[in-house]
Design a protein. Structure first.
Ligand code: FE2
Length: 466
């Protein structure tokens, strides 16, 4: 079925389409028609432009949204640094604090944390580059047990955040409207957009990927044609929704709204006397969106050999070099394998790209699950040119399997953040979390057997001129 059967039912309406130009108003007539910045916008609102790209970015890349709100975003006192911020990095953030090592790493499922909300429960596990240069990525684990305070909001000036829900439901209020994000759904919150995360089903855990440059887009389809993989129509944007609480008469009292900014991987906080969720209407193409991974139209071989895993790319953040991504978000959903005379799991591999993997649910077909294996809520990192591939048991199974049509990954979905950057691991990721599996290499690949048999009469010196 090309849609996930969610336990937690949808509660919002959306606008469908990836990269569409959207206009939405919670109150009729709130959007000015034909122009953007009237002398006095309708209903006494302020016009505020949110630029997601440089003004002069080429038209096909240009992203902006006009917001019509009760008060503009600048109306707050100065920010103050929150030195107790949750990123567990040497403060202030420095790329030099990352440990860049070639070891293959795998993590047991990360702990839930009942004491944190989405922001205080974000943990930078690995990354590369520098937000101040708008170059690089951050990879996060989140675990939260509490909804964010209803008088708080968070935004990242560092980049766009792709959130992969793994356990528990995220009910996300953004400036531009609400998104419900359940396991098997993802969302992207673009740089600068404020949001507040509620937990309607209890504690949550999941993964996130931040890109410090550019924006996510759909991969090219090439000879595949004009459909398949993630179809544009299946991405969903929120509808305008607003609160009224502002000024000296604010029901909640003066300076009761706490705004936290993530800025160069540090946190800064200000208090203001009005809700940030006061956007009555907006129009533009810079907005948060969500996507049901169950709608991904998986493509694979119908003859032999399986294509590169890029065939499973949902979203890509392009670098300046065509075809080489700052980051790809790739999934391994349930799919049919029919390849003849083919080693069907992912092949053994060394990659100029780095590969961070997580598991939303089920068992990944190239790795054993269960205790000490690759488990939902756990992760792995295979850095630039570090060898990886099926573990010994999976390899032997695949070498000897009867090659009938087979549905793999039923009830399962693994994913990968793949990047052209060499990725470093934080102190939290290497030590503090205490989830690194020390015997990952040994358990996975020590048992890989030698099957080589030199044919009779063949020599080892065939390269010599005779
Ligand atoms: Fe790989």
């Amino acid at each position: 079925m090309p849609v996930t059967d969610f336990e937690f039912k949808e509660k919002y309406r959306y606008k469908n389409g990836f990269g569409s130009y959207v206009e939405t108003e919670a109150v009729p007539g709130a959007l000015p028609v034909g122009y953007n910045s009237p002398q006095q916008p309708p209903h006494g609102l302020y016009a505020e432009k949110l630029s997601g790209t440089a003004f002069t970015a080429p038209r096909h890349e240009n992203q902006q949204t006009w917001c019509y709100r009760v008060l503009p975003s600048c109306t707050h006192p100065p920010f103050e640094e929150d030195l107790e911020g949750p990123f567990n990095l040497t403060k202030p953030y420095s790329p030099a604090s990352l440990r860049i090592i070639p070891n293959q790493l795998r993590w047991d499922p990360f702990d839930h944390d009942d004491q944190t909300d989405f922001v205080t429960g974000l943990r930078l596990i690995a990354g590369a580059g520098d937000p101040t240069l708008k170059q690089g990525i951050g990879m996060y684990i989140y675990a939260a047990g509490k909804s964010m305070n209803s008088h708080s909001a968070f935004y990242s000036a560092d980049g766009d955040l792709l959130i992969v829900a793994q356990d528990g439901v995220l009910d996300i209020r953004t400036e531009l409207g609400w998104l419900l994000v359940r396991p098997m759904e993802i969302c992207v919150i673009p740089r600068g957009i404020k949001y507040q995360v509620h937990l309607p089903s209890g504690p949550v855990r999941g993964y996130a990927l931040e890109i410090y440059q550019g924006h996510f887009t759909l991969p090219e389809l090439g000879p595949i044609g004009s459909n398949c993989l993630a179809n544009a129509r299946d991405f969903q944007a929120p509808l305008a929704c607003f609160s009224e609480d502002f000024g000296a008469t604010a029901a909640s009292g003066p300076n009761s709204y706490s705004i936290t900014a993530k800025f160069n991987n540090g946190l800064f906080v200000t208090k203001q006397n009005h809700t940030p969720f006061d956007v009555v209407a907006w129009h533009g193409n810079y907005y948060p969106y969500k996507y049901d991974l169950g709608r991904f139209n998986t493509i694979g071989t119908i003859s032999f050999d399986h294509p590169d895993p890029s065939i499973f790319t949902v979203l890509s953040a392009f670098s300046d070099h065509p075809g080489t991504a700052v980051a790809d978000f790739v999934i391994f959903p349930p799919r049919w394998l029919v390849a003849e005379d083919t080693f069907r799991p992912p092949w053994y591999h060394r990659n100029t790209m780095s590969e961070f993997m997580g598991l939303i649910e089920g068992v990944y077909d190239a790795k054993k699950g269960g205790s000490g294996g690759f488990m939902p809520g756990g992760a792995s990192l295979h850095n630039v040119m570090s060898g990886h591939g099926p573990d010994a048991e999976s390899c032997e199974g695949a070498r000897n399997a009867e090659l009938k049509p087979m549905l793999v990954g039923k009830g399962s979905c693994a994913f990968m953040f793949e990047s052209y950057l060499m990725v470093g691991v934080t102190e939290w990721g290497l030590k503090t979390c205490r989830k690194v599996q020390s015997a990952y290499n040994e358990h996975s690949w020590n048992g890989v057997k030698v099957h080589w048999k030199r044919p009779e009469g063949a020599s080892t010196d065939g390269h010599l001129l005779k």
